[in-house]
Design a protein around this ligand. Structure first.
Ligand code: ADP
Length: 448
């Protein structure tokens, strides 16, 4: 096991990793920006190092300063958390070449699964269901037109190096496809430095289904079942739940096993998520693989009892996965609510500033992952998520009831948060009956 882990992140996920380190008997070093000086989570770390000014590009994204901090504090491993440098394979290379262990996949595995065209090819070989579409990147436009005619419109043009919902174009006929390929290529070249685009079938109505997987460096991988993250606004997840409601158990087992096979074939070490869209007939189509621990990992921890962050550290240290697939069972239902410092009544305007009141809920089945307490000042520089409320109960109906109570107890002020929106969504018949899809939140917000 490591002696000292440097955490290259902030806020709730830094705190989550500090807690895991403590239980493993590992010291933690937390780097931070000037804007985060005095951050509540830093009190919990064994050491802290300031690495630069508030803007991420001058601190949390500065590879040179993070490596210098690791050298200075004699850390032996670096945990990237999520966001920031977590999916940057160059960072993973520099960490390794500087003599530290990167807590996550090798840069090779990251590149294999992080590039969408490579990943699709690999998925096909592993029996992971993918969207029908072009086999690789588009070499010539006529080939794309031919493939689109075969699979039928609408189709979507996507960037191999894409992320954050950019570089995508929906085409409903041939003319739109011809125009879309060109503009998507230009956007992809500018945004990701890689002009390669591909075409796949576009699903009009779908649910977001993602499989939590974890692998080690000894050729083992398992899945921890799935999460449904269909409650989204602008591709940002608001509510996640595990397991996905109403999915046929045999279909679920098959797709989850295929995701575990995919990361095994990529020689992947650590936690990852295979994202899928699911159509109304419960067919699955892989979207992408996230090569890091995800924001919503706690709901998978709740229903399986596996500590994903600790397990990720153990396998990075060279241990074998302490579970076999047969050991993993689903226990009850869990829902996570992202508490964002945003005003849902004013177009989700970010709410930086002093938190005077912070009174999170308690009681059976309630877990709160947050770095915030009364007196904390939300800096304007970073993501608006200030906490995650995770509710666990024996079944989905009880979980929804328990969540309504917990959200009612939860008092935050004067900054506005997404709490009232969550309460509204929990009462929506579409959500309650699990007939919702990835567009339902936006439809509701548009209708008011
Ligand atoms: P990014 O890495 O940019 O987030 P994804 O491949 O995860 O890209 O796609 C982002 C979102 O775009 C998905 O969550 C989904 O809402 C939509 N999307 C992507 N591909 C398709 C598709 N083939 N059919 C329907 N929607 C899609």
């Amino acid at each position: 096991m490591f002696k000292r882990i440097l955490i290259a992140n902030r806020g709730e996920i830094a705190l989550r990793i500090i807690r895991a380190c403590r239980e493993l008997g590992v010291e933690s070093v937390c780097v931070h920006s000037q804007a985060d000086a005095g951050g509540t989570w830093l009190e919990q770390a064994d050491r802290t190092v300031c690495i630069g000014p508030g803007p991420s590009k001058d601190s949390y994204l500065r590879i040179d300063r993070i490596i210098a901090a690791a050298e200075l504090t004699h850390a032996d491993a670096i945990h990237p958390g999520y966001g920031f440098l977590s999916e940057n394979s160059h960072f993973a290379v520099v960490v390794r070449d500087s003599g530290f262990t990167f807590i996550g996949p090798s840069p090779e595995a990251m590149n294999l699964l992080g590039d969408k065209v490579n990943c699709k090819r690999m998925a096909k070989q592993s029996g992971t269901p993918i969207f029908p579409g072009t086999d690789g990147g588009i070499e010539d436009l006529e080939e794309a037109v031919k493939v689109a005619a075969e699979i039928g419109y609408p189709v979507i043009v996507k960037a191999a190096g894409g992320g954050g919902g950019r570089g995508m174009r929906i085409a409903r006929d041939e003319a739109e496809l011809r125009a879309g390929v060109d503009s998507a290529r230009q956007e992809a070249a500018a945004a990701f430095g890689n002009p390669m685009v591909y075409v796949e079938k576009y699903l009009e109505q779908a649910r977001h289904f993602e499989v939590q997987v974890i692998g080690d460096n000894h050729g083992n991988s398992i899945h921890l079942y799935e999460r449904d993250c269909s409650s989204q606004r602008r591709h940002q997840k608001l509510i996640e739940e595990a397991p996905a409601p109403g999915v046929d158990p045999a279909k679920r087992d098959r797709v989850c096993a295929s995701a575990a096979a995919l990361i095994r074939n990529a020689k992947y070490c650590g936690a990852a998520t295979c994202e899928f869209l699911m159509d109304k007939d419960q067919n699955f189509y892989m979207l992408e693989v996230n090569t890091r621990v995800q924001v919503e990992h706690p709901i998978s921890e709740a229903i399986t009892g596996v500590d994903i962050v600790q397990t990720g550290i153990r396998v990075a240290a060279g241990e074998k996965l302490p579970y076999r697939q047969e050991d993993i069972r689903i226990n009850g239902h869990a829902i996570e609510f992202r508490i964002n410092a945003e005003d849902p009544d004013r177009n989700f305007m970010p709410q930086a500033g002093l938190v005077e009141t912070w009174a999170p809920p308690g009681g059976p089945g309630i877990r709160m992952d947050s770095h915030v307490r009364a007196g904390y000042r939300v800096p304007p520089n970073y993501d608006s998520m200030v906490g995650k409320l995770i509710v666990h109960a024996p079944d989905r109906a009880t979980c929804i009831q328990r969540s309504l109570g917990a959200l009612k107890e939860f008092k935050v002020g004067p900054i506005k948060t997404t709490i009232p929106l969550h309460m509204r969504l929990l009462r929506e018949p579409q959500f309650v009956n699990a007939t919702h899809d990835i567009k339902y939140v936006e439809r509701l917000l548009a209708a008011k």
